[in-house]
Design a protein around this ligand. Structure first.
Ligand SMILES: Cc1cc2nc3c(=O)[nH]c(=O)nc-3n(C[C@H](O)[C@H](O)[C@H](O)COP(=O)(O)OP(=O)(O)OC[C@H]3O[C@@H](n4cnc5c(N)ncnc54)[C@H](O)[C@@H]3O)c2cc1C
Length: 398
């Protein structure tokens, strides 16, 4: 029986969705591909939004994911500025907010995440940062402001803090937890990143929870803390994490949790695959479930979902990778970093802010990270990919 899909819908015009469409064509799929994307812009890259686009050092076109010609070559049916509102697998119908019911027999879900809000309403001057429109609105406010308050000392909040500092603003970062990025980078790296920012003049405060916005004439003018203290702010960025965009799938029968729940092939339902930030899947290499909000993962998982939808049946077992930029410091991380794993510096020095460190759990190298030492990271990245045993001695092939 031929079970290969004949008409495929991809819900998302983000990186994972575009990568999936490209892979379908590369693999020889000749049927119609529908790309359904809620945003009005052509697909763009998000990492520059907190860096070059926010700081104003890049024109907008540099964030484009592909050229018009590259999209034309893919021969896609675009449903731009259109959201999927429901999926009914029984009759393979995808309802769109344009009123159109799209029929398909293969689906890739890559709807990403949205910024988590901390209040039901945001006064003018209070922003989130997930989309190009968010970045442009925030930048518009930053160029007219002198004091930014960032709520959340995660990588995104700190990157934005750095961009604003470079623009000459005073910046205060407020973090609810007692330390920064414990889960994502570990205490030592989280502290290092915060120190990089405090050295640049950013004020970072921990254990600040239960804050609210003070507004004058409908526009924020301060953040108030439960102890009564008031932090003046012309502009505020709420960078308090993200929520997977899965509500439209609630009645579909597709397994949902903190994302779309997929198996090791990224399959969430027969002939329904998921990819990118929205997808929590079974990483059989690590023997655990992962949902990653990393650029590389979105591209790789989009391609993997496309191949598996066409019947390849390859488990998706990548070595995760992400990078983050703060002023002139570049951090790159492979594998599993942070959490409770032990961090061992194997090259350079933490204090010098030029080092490579590995993360070790159960005597196995599970991750590797570098700060300003990309070249030196390479062999350790291999150790992390291979999940090599760690004996305590540094022995790497260069
Ligand atoms: C400001 C910022 C900076 C970042 N910096 C880095 C970095 O330095 N390094 C790194 O590794 N990663 C970084 N990331 C993360 C990286 O950009 C993401 O992991 C990546 O964009 C995820 O791609 P995606 O395709 O899964 O989701 P997205 O890019 O979020 O795309 C999902 C798309 O689906 C659309 N959508 C949602 N619901 C629906 C619906 N119902 N119907 C139709 N369309 C829908 C959304 O509008 C969106 O356009 C950053 C992210 C942000 C926001």
């Amino acid at each position: 029986m031929d079970t290969a899909p004949r008409e495929i819908a991809i819900v998302s015009a983000g990186l994972a969705g575009v990568s999936a469409a490209e892979e379908l064509r590369r693999e020889g799929f000749e049927g119609p591909i529908h790309l359904v994307g809620a945003e009005k812009h052509s697909p763009y890259d998000r990492p520059p939004l907190s860096k070059q686009i926010l700081a104003g050092t890049w024109g907008l076109d540099r964030a484009d994911l592909r050229t018009e010609q590259e999209y034309a070559d893919l021969d896609l049916t675009w449903h731009q500025n259109t959201a999927a509102t429901e999926f009914r697998p029984r009759d393979w119908c995808l309802s769109l907010d344009s009123g159109y019911d799209l029929r398909c027999d293969g689906l890739i879900i890559a709807t990403g995440v949205r910024a988590r809000e901390i209040t039901s309403e945001r006064p003018a001057g209070v922003h989130v940062l997930r989309t190009l429109d968010d970045a442009l609105a925030l930048r518009d406010d930053l160029v007219q402001s002198s004091h930014l308050v960032v709520i959340g000392a995660g990588v995104l909040g700190l990157e934005a803090a750095g961009s604003a500092r470079r623009m000459g603003l005073d910046v205060t970062v407020l973090e609810a937890a007692p330390a920064a990025m414990t889960r994502t980078l570990g205490n030592a790296l989280g502290a290092l990143l915060c120190n990089i920012h405090t050295d640049e003049g950013v004020a970072v405060r921990f254990g600040v929870d239960g804050l609210s916005f003070r507004a004058a004439g409908g526009r924020v003018d301060a953040v108030t803390l439960p102890d009564g203290s008031v932090i003046p702010a012309d502009v505020v960025l709420v960078a308090a994490g993200a929520i997977p965009n899965i509500e439209w799938l609630r009645s579909s029968g597709v397994a949902l949790g903190n994302g779309v729940l997929a198996n090791e092939f990224n399959e969430a339902f027969p002939k329904v695959f998921a990819a990118g930030d929205v997808c929590e899947w079974d990483h059989v290499g690590y023997g655990r479930r992962l949902r990653l909000e990393h650029r590389n993962n979105a591209a790789e998982q989009g391609r993997s979902a496309a191949r598996n939808l066409l019947g390849r049946n390859e488990p998706f077992t990548p070595t995760p990778y992400f990078w983050t930029d703060h002023y002139d410091h570049k951090i790159q991380a492979y594998g599993l970093v942070g959490g409770t794993a032990d961090m061992v510096v194997v090259e350079g020095e933490l204090q010098a802010r030029a080092f490579v460190a590995i993360f070790v759990a159960d005597s196995t190298v599970i991750g590797a990270v570098s700060c300003n030492m990309a070249r030196e990271l390479r062999p350790y990245r291999q150790l992390a990919s291979q999940r090599a045993p760690w004996t305590g001695a540094v022995s790497v092939q260069r």
